[in-house]
Design a protein around this ligand. Structure first.
Ligand code: ZN
Length: 60
């Protein structure tokens, strides 16, 4: 048997604010680029927090 959740090509990333898994194909909270890396968010609120203090979330 195959695991349906991992059989597709969609990729995921970890929301740096809340550590949730986000589909990079259609991130609910959009994405932000910081220092050459793109980050994805589960909700607009998380993106807002990241945009305010990106280093705070990345160093955690
Ligand atoms: Zn989030």
């Amino acid at each position: 048997m195959r695991l349906p959740f991992f059989s597709k090509k969609s990729q995921t990333a970890i929301d740096p604010v809340c550590q949730m898994v986000v589909d990079t194909g259609s991130p609910p909270g959009g994405s932000s680029e910081y220092q050459g890396t793109t980050y994805y968010f589960c909700a607009p609120g998380c993106k807002h927090h990241f945009d305010q203090e990106p280093e705070k979330h990345l160093s955690a």
